[in-house]
Every structure is written in C-alpha cells, then in structure tokens.
Design a protein around this ligand. Structure first.
Ligand SMILES: [Zn+2]
Length: 79
C-alpha cells in the first residue's frame, strides 16, 4: 500500500462485518474509514477491542443493516 502515509480520516464509526465460511455473517465491528485523497484507496483501521455484536445476539440483524464494509471482501454478505 504505497500511499498509506497520505491517508486521511473519511468517516468515524463505520460498521464492518466479519464473516466466516464463504461470507456467512459472523461479527460486527465499529471502526474508522480512511481514504487516500489522491487515488481513493480506502483503509479500515481503529477497530474496537471487541465486536459490538455477534451472530447469536438478538440485536445482530439490527446492526447488520448498518454495515457498509466487510473485513475480507465479501460484498455478497451485504445484501
Ligand atoms: Zn493513494
């Protein structure tokens, strides 16, 4: 990632989905989105110490609706 030093904060507290087994939703994390102003490459950093929700929790589906990014590219997990 050659342009990393130029990254700027783009958005705080984005919802990020962690998946397992072929993009099955697993955990949801709050993190910060950074973006390179030159090329638009995005970087997710600043994850919290623990997930804000996991798939067995009753609030999981509510948080899932707020997710905008996945940890490992699984766009099909975001319907
Ligand atoms: Zn760049």
């Amino acid at each position: 990632m050659a342009c990393q030093t130029y990254f700027r904060p783009r958005k705080n507290e984005i919802y990020v989905l962690e998946t397992y087994d072929n993009c099955t939703p697993y955990k949801i994390w709050l993190a910060d989105l950074w973006e390179c102003p030159d090329c638009g490459t995005q970087l997710i950093a600043g994850y919290g110490a623990r997930a804000i929700s996991e798939r067995y929790m009753t609030n999981f589906k509510v948080h899932l609706k707020r997710v905008t990014h996945t940890i490992i590219g699984c766009p099909k997990a975001l319907k």
